[in-house]
Design a protein around this ligand. Sequence first.
Ligand SMILES: Nc1ncnc2c1ncn2[C@@H]1O[C@H](COP(=O)(O)OP(=O)(O)O)[C@@H](O)[C@H]1O
Ligand SMILES: [Mg+2]
Length: 393
Amino acid sequence: MADHGAPRPVLEARGIVHAYAGKPALDGVDLCLRAGEVHALMGQNGAGKSTLIKVLTGVEKLQKGGILLDGQAIAPASTLDAQRLGISTVYQEVNLCTNLSVAENIFAGRQPRKPWTRGGGIDWRSVNARARELLLRLDVDIDVRRELGAYSVALQQMVAIARALDISAKVLILDEPTSSLDSDEVAQLFKALRGLRHSGMSILFVTHFLDQVYEVCDRITVLRNGKLVGEHLASQLDHAALVSAMVGRTVSNESAPIARSATDETAAPLVSARDLRRQGGVSGVNLEIRPGEILGFAGLLGSGRTEVARLLAGLDQPHSGELHIKGEPVKLGEPATAIALGLSFCPEERKTEGIVDDLSIRDNIVLSLQARMGLWRKLSPSASCRAETSRSA
Ligand SMILES: Nc1ncnc2c1ncn2[C@@H]1O[C@H](COP(=O)(O)OP(=O)(O)O)[C@@H](O)[C@H]1O
Ligand SMILES: [Mg+2]
């Protein structure tokens, strides 16, 4: 690669091959992250981006190929190991504890202790001061003693970055940090990333938002079907060329035909909500969903999309409003009623609200059937099997 004058490589992956249970996910991939750059790792869903990151950070064991950090071969055995070497990762779904304070999250497992107390009491004063200082470096000015859960996902992500910064200051890897942020929050994140780059940190960044790449990245590596397609300077790869590299064919700029609704506009609505109101986000929402229709809610983070969905599902009690399902008036604020009328809710926080991760896939699927039958009536194997197959069909 004729890249004279490029900053020195910090983290390099060479010929990484990785398979999950014999099925290849990465096939001889190279990556070169240089000092003080923001580098985008791009590719369609399933291209292998997350797998590559997992291999680099010790979540997945290195099967074949090599990793170099500052020219030295490394083989991180765990994320902790990778962190010790100077590589920290922030995942899309923030893995922090929302019931702990912001500062506690930043220092969890690493709290400074008071040297003068026997057994070493935690030195809260310096924990809080240090947490504040770290966040201010990212331009985030919040009360670090408050519970993390009191803050938006965007701020929680900044807290995760602050934690990563404090653990290691060499390489920061972000796997799709922007997918749930609104435009102001993305701007704030990018400002923070530019500041970190300025201080010499190398940042590897996965996103599927094409425009954002150009706002913050210096270099782009594209993967497709587990293979390296190429590495480019962002300034030398235009938008159309990037899309073509990702999908593997030339993509014309013509817009796709507008999807015509297959819905009968004259049909009676299946769901009809009138004047839904709830303090702190929903004021006078009206909507109708007809049979066979997909209705999209668009709006910035905080505009009330989730709140409206929760009202429809009966999870929150509105202050006023009416809801009809199949023409029947529905008592609001009762999830059981909504479920009985066939309204299912798939929450935003899938991991914490959508599933019970201690249970098997099967038990998760039949859980609502069990709930309908009552907790104490044993579900026959045939009934649970029917539920399972009907739901997966
Ligand atoms: N834990 C896993 N077990 C089995 N297959 C996996 C696992 N994680 C990812 N894969 C598969 O590996 C391929 C690459 O996935 P991934 O690295 O998640 O891609 P990306 O992050 O680019 O969307 C996909 O075919 C995916 O289905
Ligand atoms: Mg991924």
